[in-house]
Design a protein around this ligand. Structure first.
Ligand SMILES: Nc1ncnc2c1ncn2[C@@H]1O[C@H](COP(=O)(O)OP(=O)(O)OP(=O)(O)O)[C@@H](O)[C@H]1O
Length: 624
């Protein structure tokens, strides 16, 4: 069978979500901090308590060291009493400080978050382009706002505590030995400034790639589940799975790289603590500091460097929070930072080419392979549940190659089931379906979509660009073919009006399109695929009568000659040009013939035609 060997699913480039961290994170932080201003007193209190906690830990280690080393010289007990009491007091106060710091920090931050969430909600509600129902909006309300919480609780408060304690530690060391304090200051600067900068540099790029990649994977999961039927119908399941697997691998690689960089920085931090303590000891000994105080300086240095190393963790956190913070800040409109996910992917240079003719016949995406594509159903029965009434009841139907047939009938008659049987989505319980004389069950999974396919009921629109959604139907299609398919489906004018044109992102499940535009997009995709047997399940659903007539006419005109069409429709208008109309009821063919004959014959078709005529005449009379 000729035609493309593989059909690509819409390729989600990570830029669907926008480049993470593309915005100025510093500006975003300023916006967030401005929101925190009314709670500044509480935040400063939390920062001071964090510093008190770290200081209590540092003082505890230093006092305990002094106590142990002094006790080795067996001094009178009264000389140790103060230190013993201090150790107990510091050990208890450290826990108390930690507890109150957590309490105060969370109290302040949760108040700020309540404010931020209310503002984000208001901003989202005011934006028509980001409906509050969409997963993206939800993620902004929940996870992005949590980045504000993390910025305050995991970055700013601990960082403030670490800086304060570092200053106090250097001051304390200077009381014992100014040269040793100088060495400690250098060690603390390396631990608290140079290492965080290094950690940020090492992880920034990977962290920036991480967030959009995770977003793309989440969207993959939705597309693979909700769009499974459409992927299968276009033979793109394997390719979509491969793309998602590749993304998962890339994510794993990135996370490994980030973890390795993290371990390396941690190892350098530990080494630095040891080296600084060693240098402090040597300098203190050289300056004639007594042995006990040298011990105090050594242990104090180890503890102080460890406290300063918290800044490395804070820097790492900050890098990871960039994307979320930028999105929150941009949403609140206080920064010009780009909102990843809100904007379309950068526009590609248009492919030079002739202007397509509206309604021009499409180049078949797949040429028929010489053999005919006669479709035959013999005594086909489909039952969705054992004991239930059959959806198709011993149904027989011929659809010779090149024939254009409409299938109509009351709701629940089995029309969509017939489409599902032909596209291989539903296996008949009994009977035989052949295409080109070959049993349908002998077609390989990726082979059938190249012969029978089209627009399924409730077609899925992927969270990608218009172009990517269309290319699912015709992977190799150029601008001209895209335009011809879009013109036939009545979508071209809309595409041309969009600033991003073919690169307009349609949102999750096409949420940024109207129902009619979604339907036209799905129809254009089916037309682009142009299989020899084209199944169209309600192609004009959701369109007003005049638009439905125009789209149906251009759709039929765009279908290549020699290709069969099986059109499922509720509307009976526009069927006069078809070769045959089959009326189904309760899974059986109850009438068949051309429109003119059926209208003249008493039965469901004639009744329905008269009803629809009257209804649409009324509609047109009411129309302005
Ligand atoms: N997935 C399913 N599971 C169980 N029963 C189903 C399923 N799909 C369809 N049916 C049943 O099969 C029968 C035929 O449904 P089908 O969707 O083919 O009818 P239809 O003619 O396309 O209806 P409509 O015009 O309302 O879309 C109905 O009774 C329906 O309830």
């Amino acid at each position: 069978m000729a035609g493309p060997a593989t059909v690509d699913p819409p390729v989600r480039t990570t830029d669907v979500n926008g480049p993470a961290g593309a915005g100025p994170a510093g500006a975003a932080e300023r916006v967030v901090l401005r929101l925190a201003r009314p709670y500044l007193g509480r935040l400063v209190g939390a920062g001071l308590l964090a510093a008190a906690t770290e200081f209590a830990g540092l003082a505890l280690m230093a006092t305990a060291t002094w106590l142990l080393m002094s006790a080795a010289g067996r001094p009178p007990l009264d000389r140790l009493t103060v230190a013993i009491v201090a150790v107990r007091a510091l050990a208890i106060s450290r826990g108390v400080f930690r507890y109150t710091e957590r309490l105060a920090g969370h109290d302040a931050v949760l108040r700020i978050i309540t404010d931020v969430r209310a503002r984000v909600f208001a901003a989202l509600a005011a934006r028509r382009s980001a409906p509050a129902r969409s997963g993206d909006a939800l993620s902004r309300l929940v996870s992005d706002v949590e980045t504000v919480q993390d910025l305050l609780l995991r970055v700013l408060v601990p960082a403030a505590g670490a800086v304060l304690v570092s200053v106090v530690a250097v001051g304390g060391a200077a009381l014992i030995s100014p040269p040793a304090a100088g060495v400690l200051a250098v060690g603390l600067l390396v631990a608290g400034v140079a290492l965080p900068v290094l950690a940020t540099r090492l992880t920034r790029r990977s962290a920036a790639e991480l967030a959009p990649l995770r977003g793309a994977l989440a969207a993959d999961a939705i597309d693979l589940t909700h769009g499974a039927a459409d992927l299968a119908a276009f033979g793109a399941t394997a390719t979509a799975l491969r793309a998602a697997t590749d993304r998962t691998r890339r994510l794993a690689r990135l996370e490994r790289r980030l973890a390795a960089a993290g371990f390396a920085v941690d190892a350098i931090g530990t080494l630095l603590a040891g080296l600084t303590a060693g240098a402090v000891v040597l300098v203190a000994l050289a300056s004639g500091v007594p042995g006990v105080l040298v011990g105090v300086l050594a242990v104090g240095t180890l503890t102080a460097v460890e406290v300063a190393l918290a800044l490395v963790g804070a820097a790492r956190q900050r890098t990871q929070l960039r994307t979320g913070l930028t999105r929150v800040a941009a949403l609140l409109g206080d920064t010009r930072a780009r909102v990843p996910g809100a904007g379309p992917a950068p526009r590609e240079e248009p492919t030079p080419g002739a202007e397509p003719m509206a309604g021009a016949e499409l180049t078949p995406g797949v040429a028929s392979e010489g053999g005919t594509h006669d479709v035959r159903l013999d005594d086909v029965t489909v039952r969705y549940r054992a004991g239930a009434a059959p959806a198709l009841d011993r149904m027989s139907l011929d659809l010779p190659a090149g024939r254009r047939v409409a299938v109509v009938g009351p709701s629940g008659a089995g029309k969509s089931t017939l489409a599902a049987v032909l596209t291989g989505a539903v296996q008949p319980g009994s009977g035989r379906v052949t295409v080109g004389g070959r049993d349908l069950s002998t077609y390989a999974e990726d082979e059938l979509p190249r012969v029978v396919g089209g627009l399924l009921a409730e077609a899925y629109v992927f969270h990608a660009t218009v172009r990517e959604n269309l290319l699912l139907g015709g992977p190799g299609a150029g601008e001209e073919e895209l335009a011809a398919a879009a013109a036939a489906a009545g979508l071209l004018d809309w595409v041309r009006e969009q600033p991003a044109g073919w690169d307009t992102v349609v949102g999750e499940e096409g949420s940024q399109l109207s129902g009619g535009q979604r339907q036209r997009l799905a129809l254009a995709r089916a037309l682009l695929a142009a299989p020899p047997v084209l199944v169209l399940d309600e192609p004009t659903e959701g369109l007003d009568p005049a638009a439905a007539d125009a789209v149906l006419a251009s759709t039929l005109a765009a279908t290549p000659a020699g290709h069969s069409v099986l059109l499922i429709s509720h509307r009976l208008t526009g069927l006069a040009g078809l070769d045959e109309i089959v009326v189904l009821d309760a899974g059986r063919v109850v009438q068949r013939g051309r429109h003119g004959d059926l209208v003249a014959t008493p039965g469901w078709y004639r009744d329905q035609w008269l009803l629809q005529e009257a209804a649409e005449r009324g509609y047109l009379a009411l129309a302005p």
